[in-house]
Design a protein around this ligand. Structure first.
Ligand code: AHM
Ligand code: MG
Length: 336
């Protein structure tokens, strides 16, 4: 019966969020409107990614196509679409995109109470070979009615109201938390709607997979090196772990959420703060992990406690199954 209900009683993402918001009597639908604009951006990028090989959307920015029009690189195009969709929602005040050096302050007539930080198309090295890529976003709320200032987005991750990602893979998957669990939706291309397919995602307490760019191993610090060594040569009689690394954070984190295990982008001698950006990569993924029952750690502290001082700040990140991250935390604690 439940399979039949799923086929005829479709839980779209809009319906799901409206249901969630109805728990808050003060809610006036602003969040639902903001989210529908984010979803629109994701649908556009999904369709552009699927056509990329055909439409010659890929290639260098500045190149011209056969009609002599300038071609936009997929990540530049995605950024434009998200910025325009977010501004036109009338619900945002500040936007921070990985693609733009400076934050965008929305003009007063279109301002709303939310600030959105996002990476419109993450995993750019995977675009041209058709491997999964994704969009990552986080949402903060302005506290009162002051003139927007940069400090409104330089807040610790634990202040985020919502976060999520959309993965453009073998199917298009949208995963979101608003602070009460994690839910996943899959785009039904024939309907143009995201349908709830992964309700209440919980990450396994312990996993059999680790995920890291091992090409950086010669520059790792002690705890990272000993953790990876333990994954390969366990000393407690447990079987060795499998290595999976796509090099697209969205895809690597999505697998970690569903199958369990760890994803790491640690510090190394060449990049003492790792590679991934705090606001629109580390925070949203850490929020999702915690909401799914996992953990996210920077090597020093809970990732969501970090207070960013710059828009594009980086941080090392270790996230995944609860027990596995405990192990990493113990290795770092032993070093101090
Ligand atoms: P990008 O923003 O330039 O696409 O880089 C971010 C990506 C992440 O998706 C991924 O986790 C990481 O870079 C992979 O980096 P590396 O190639 O160093 O392993
Ligand atoms: Mg990125």
């Amino acid at each position: 019966h439940s399979a039949d209900a799923q086929r005829t009683d479709l839980m779209t993402i809009t319906r799901f969020v409206l249901n969630e918001q109805s728990k808050y009597p003060e809610s006036r639908g602003d969040f639902t409107i903001l989210l529908s604009h984010i979803v629109l951006g994701c649908k556009f990028v999904c369709s552009a990614v699927n056509k990329a090989g055909l439409a010659k959307l890929i290639g260098l920015a500045g190149e011209t196509n056969v009609q002599g029009e300038e071609q936009k690189k997929l990540d530049v195009l995605s950024n434009e679409v998200f910025c325009k969709a977010l501004i036109s929602s009338g619900r945002t005040s500040i936007l921070v995109s990985e693609e733009d050096e400076d934050a965008i302050f929305v003009q007063p007539s279109l301002r709303g109470k939310y600030c959105v930080v996002f990476d419109p198309l993450d995993g750019s090295s995977n675009i041209d070979c058709g491997v999964s890529i994704g969009t990552i976003f986080g949402i903060y709320m302005m506290n009162d009615n002051h003139e927007p200032i940069i400090e409104d987005v330089l807040q610790p991750g634990k202040n985020m109201l919502a976060a999520g990602y959309c993965m453009y893979g073998s199917s298009c998957t949208f995963v979101i938390t608003t602070g009460s669990g994690v839910n996943g939706f899959t785009l039904d291309p024939s309907l143009g709607e995201f349908i709830l397919t992964h309700p209440d995602i919980k990450i396994p307490k312990k996993g059999k997979i680790y995920s890291v760019n091992e090409g950086n191993a010669k520059n790792w610090d002690g705890p990272t090196a000993s953790y990876v060594e333990k994954c390969k040569f366990p000393t407690d009689g447990s079987p060795a772990k499998s290595l999976r690394y796509i090099g697209s954070m969205v895809a690597d984190v999505h697998r970690t959420l569903l199958y369990g295990g760890t994803f790491l982008y640690p510090a190394d001698k060449k990049s003492p703060n790792g590679k991934l950006r705090v606001l629109y990569e580390v925070f949203p993924m850490s929020f999702l992990m915690e909401q799914a029952g996992g953990q996210a750690f920077t090597g020093k502290e809970r990732a969501l406690d970090l207070v960013p001082t710059k828009l594009h700040e980086r941080s090392p990140i270790f996230l995944g199954s609860y027990d596995d991250i405990e192990e990493i935390k113990a290795l770092y604690a032993a070093e101090e």
